[in-house]
Design a protein around this ligand. Sequence first.
Ligand SMILES: [Zn+2]
Length: 220
Amino acid sequence: MKNYKHILLLFLLPYSLIAQDSTKDPLQKYWKLRVNLSTYVAQKEGIDIDPKYIYYDFMNLPIGIPFNYLEYIRLDKYQYVDVDNDKLILPAYQAYIDMKKAGSIHNAIINIKSSYRNKSTQVYMMNKYGDQHAEKPGYSEHHLLTTIDIRYCGENTKLFLWLLTHAHEYGWIPSYYFRKDSQIRKEAWHWRFVGKDAAQWYRSTWENEYKAEIIRLEHI
Ligand SMILES: [Zn+2]
């Protein structure tokens, strides 16, 4: 119970304060909250993550830390759309369609391999692939219904190059690809819709890494 209260407090804070933060520079935005979140992760998960790699998505859920999303996500707050035998939250679906259309003009064919995973599927994935390849149950971004695995999007593909160059314009980030402290391997196919503000933050934070990957892929 004590633990629950602690967590609740932490999350009530962002909901009320995020709206008030008028800092323009995305690298500085919500700074105090990001420091709190960093402390929380250090205590709960035993992992030190620099607040500069932590941010919030459009639902005020954290980006860049291991986090038990199932404890917080209010699935009843959103509308869902069925897509490719899967489900996405409406804003993610709209952004997916926009990105898919833009990509198809430039021969970047974007299709979903899988999006939503419930907890039991996650247990199955972890048993099958081990915890280096799948997050602990509850911790997967796939629970959010804003995250997709894109078909045929390996780390040496022109599709990945197009996504690195343009996906942030639609609010999407390769959230497991540039993450220093993750136990998880780099996943070029794993993309999370975080909203345009957060995607811009992510793009700026990992600017050098983005650039290096783009240059590498331009030469394959
Ligand atoms: Zn994934």
